[in-house]
Ligand binder design. Structure first.
Ligand SMILES: Nc1nc2c(ncn2[C@@H]2O[C@H](COP(=O)(O)OP(=O)(O)O)[C@@H](O)[C@H]2O)c(=O)[nH]1
Ligand SMILES: [Mg+2]
Length: 196
């Protein structure tokens, strides 16, 4: 089946794990700190201007959004982590949601984590914790180095060198669309669907 990334709709906004989809479609889980560019990446992959809300004040989202991509798989947008100013209760809810989400495997669906790392900021402490967790649990993942347009060629090469030591890394920019096709391809080789 050919997958049309543009045929994407938000189907579920979950405030608890009970609301997560129960079907066995593959789930592509976006992971990264708040403000890393998750919403922008969703909009770029789906060629939709405002499917996911791009935020100027990071850390607001405490729900898990499930995007149905052409009936083929779920693109999953959990809350971003590592936002220091998040109030204590929100921080707790956030980690509960994320933990139960990432560790839950009851429906047996395949899961691939797309770890977003800001190309300019590099691997933060929280990114490091997440990457360790992914390796320890044997969860399949690849990395998108976001906002790559902010770096010149030399700085980007150096950032790519550092980040890719942690795993397969695709440089990405929502501004220039660099990496869009590579990320789509990586997702589809995991889900087993034909290229769009
Ligand atoms: N220069 C540049 N800015 C970006 C890019 N992607 C996101 N941003 C900006 O980074 C901020 C956070 O983006 P958003 O997608 O809401 O991040 P999220 O919090 O991870 O969902 C916004 O101001 C975006 O305009 C990019 O590829 N290049
Ligand atoms: Mg967002």
């Amino acid at each position: 089946m050919k997958v049309d990334f543009r045929n994407t709709e938000i189907r579920i906004t979950a405030g608890s794990a009970a609301q997560f989809p129960a079907d066995d479609r593959p789930q592509i889980i976006l992971s990264g700190r708040s403000n890393v560019g998750k919403s922008s990446l969703i909009n770029t992959l789906t060629e939709r201007k405002s499917l996911a809300r791009v935020s100027s004040s990071p850390g607001k989202t405490v729900t898990v959004n499930f995007y149905d991509v052409d009936g083929a798989f779920w693109l999953v947008d959990p809350p971003g982590y590592g936002f220091a100013k998040r109030p204590g209760v929100q921080q707790m809810l956030f980690s509960q949601l994320t933990d139960s989400f990432l560790t839950r495997g009851a429906n047996g669906s395949k899961r691939l984590v797309l770890q977003l790392i800001d190309a300019k900021v590099g691997i933060t402490d929280n990114d490091g914790i997440m990457l360790d967790w992914l390796r320890q649990t044997g969860t399949p993942f690849f990395i998108a180095a976001t906002k790559s347009d902010k770096l010149n060629k030399t700085a980007l090469a150096s950032a790519m060198n550092n980040i890719s030591a942690a795993g397969k890394t695709i440089p990405f920019s929502a501004l220039t669309k660099t990496g869009k096709e590579e990320i789509r391809h990586e997702i589809l080789s995991f889900t087993g669907d034909a290229r769009c």
